[in-house]
Design a protein around this ligand. Structure first.
Ligand code: HEM
Length: 403
């Protein structure tokens, strides 16, 4: 039986077992019945129509910093300790600081990705080469988790002999994404973040003394040329690249392989024409995006869909719901890698649009092409996958496949 009522925000996230298995049906209900939802108990609006989501994420006059939102707002409440001293990453900075930090960071990051594209692709090929051909393996743990960590390690300039530790610290600090983490996980996250921060301090000093071809050398060089970036801001944003880029790229690869294996005709089209890989990545981003929402804080009196919104009110924009809005995507619940125009909002928009989007696209495209070249007969070899209980993200705990 199809359930249908006005869901609360939490009931559309992986907090809830039904939405964890499939968030799309409840989001469709909301988009049809209550596209501008005010969820009073958590003091948050949620938008589910593409037009509202697009306009909101693109609006550079809105705020992002959690402390501007009213007390009791869901995202403010979930994982922020208002008393903790902290330097914010670009993710939660407002203007003018956001542009001051993001512009030099983005310039250095994009130049580095361009310079290292062949190396990035070679890292991915090597991980895929390492997967066993003669027995089932876990696509998530064995391939999709190590790929982004090894890639970002190379971009940052992590030394080979520190890779193992770096991976351990990265995996620990990513626990910070989970507002439901246990006290032990919080402790582990804090340990990982502290280790990463002191390692970045060490690397920054080493690269000032002897620059290499890596992002940390690029950033300390920009500082020396006068870019207004403090050491703490560099360290915090290096961690943001790690935390923002790891699980998300893992899930893009994982969700992509799962979708292709469940849609054999789409996989056949991709195998027949690997030139479709870039379009396939966009359709995966639209159809099963790793990040379900982003958020903003209202900065002026306004109306969205006839609903009055006031300064300091918190707004969640559902990227999942927008990406399946039939007003924009024909037959939105059909997975089709041959769609011609896919203006999805999986990376958000406006000033805060995902800084890692070009890297995520390179990694996912290379991973899909090489995986199906190496394992042309790849098939699902386990039970139905379990989706992770991480609210607002969408990815699998494991995906057992056989080459
Ligand atoms: C499939 C992969 C990814 C998805 C779906 C994704 C999604 C997002 C979304 C939705 C936002 C918020 C945008 C907004 O509020 O308008 C964001 C921001 C961000 N992402 Fe990603 N991301 C991905 C990969 C990456 C990678 C690979 C990196 C870094 C290596 C990264 C780093 C960041 C950072 C630092 C921000 C904050 C940008 C800002 O606020 O200025 N992401 N991402």
């Amino acid at each position: 039986m199809t359930e249908s009522r006005v869901w609360s925000i939490v009931e559309t996230t992986a907090f809830d077992p039904v939405a964890r298995a499939n968030p799309h049906e409840r989001l469709r209900n909301l988009r049809e019945q209550c596209p501008v939802l005010r969820d009073e108990p958590v003091k948050t609006w949620m938008l589910t129509r593409y037009a509202d989501v697009r306009e909101t994420v693109n609006d550079r006059s809105l705020w992002r910093h959690w402390s501007r939102s009213e007390k009791g707002a869901l995202l403010r409440r979930m994982d922020q300790d208002p008393d903790a001293p902290r330097v914010d990453s670009i993710l939660s900075m407002d203007e003018p600081d956001h542009s001051r930090v993001r512009l030099p960071l983005a310039k250095a990051f994009y130049a580095r990705i361009n310079a290292m594209k062949p190396q990035i692709e070679a890292i991915i090929d090597e991980v895929i080469e390492g997967a066993p051909a003669d027995k089932p393996f876990d696509l998530i743990g064995d391939l999709a988790v190590p790929i982004p960590i090894l890639v970002i390690a190379a971009i940052l300039g992590v030394e080979r002999d520190r890779f193992r530790e770096f991976r351990e610290w990265s995996e620990a600090s990513i626990l910070g994404l989970n507002p439901l983490r246990t006290p032990e996980e919080t402790e582990r996250m804090e340990w990982g973040s502290a280790k990463l921060s002191s390692y970045f301090t060490e690397l920054m000093a080493a690269r000032r003394a002897a620059p290499r071809e890596d992002l940390i050398s690029d950033l300390v060089a920009l500082q020396a040329e006068g870019a207004p970036l403090s050491d703490e801001e560099v360290r915090t944003n290096l961690s943001a690249l790690l935390i923002g880029g790891n699980l998300t790229t893992t899930d893009l690869i994982g969700n992509g392989v799962w979708l292709l294996l469940r849609h054999p005709e789409q996989l056949a089209a991709l195998k027949a024409d690997p030139g479709l890989a870039a379009a396939a990545v966009e359709e995966i981003l639209r159809y099963e995006s790793p990040v379900g929402i982003t958020n903003r804080v209202i900065s002026d009196e306004r109306e969205v869909g006839g609903c009055p919104m006031h300064p300091h009110q918190s707004v969640i924009t559902s990227l999942h719901a927008a990406n399946r809005d039939p007003e924009v995507f024909e037959d939105p619940d059909r997975f089709d890698i041959t769609r011609k125009h896919v203006p999805h909002v999986a990376f958000g928009g406006g000033g805060h649009i995902c800084i890692g989007a070009p890297l995520a696209r390179i990694e996912a495209k290379q991973a899909l092409v090489r995986l199906f070249q190496r394992f042309p007969d790849l098939k699902l070899a386990g039970d139905e996958p379990t989706w992770r209980a991480l609210p607002f993200f969408r990815g699998m705990e494991a995906l057992i496949v056989q080459g």
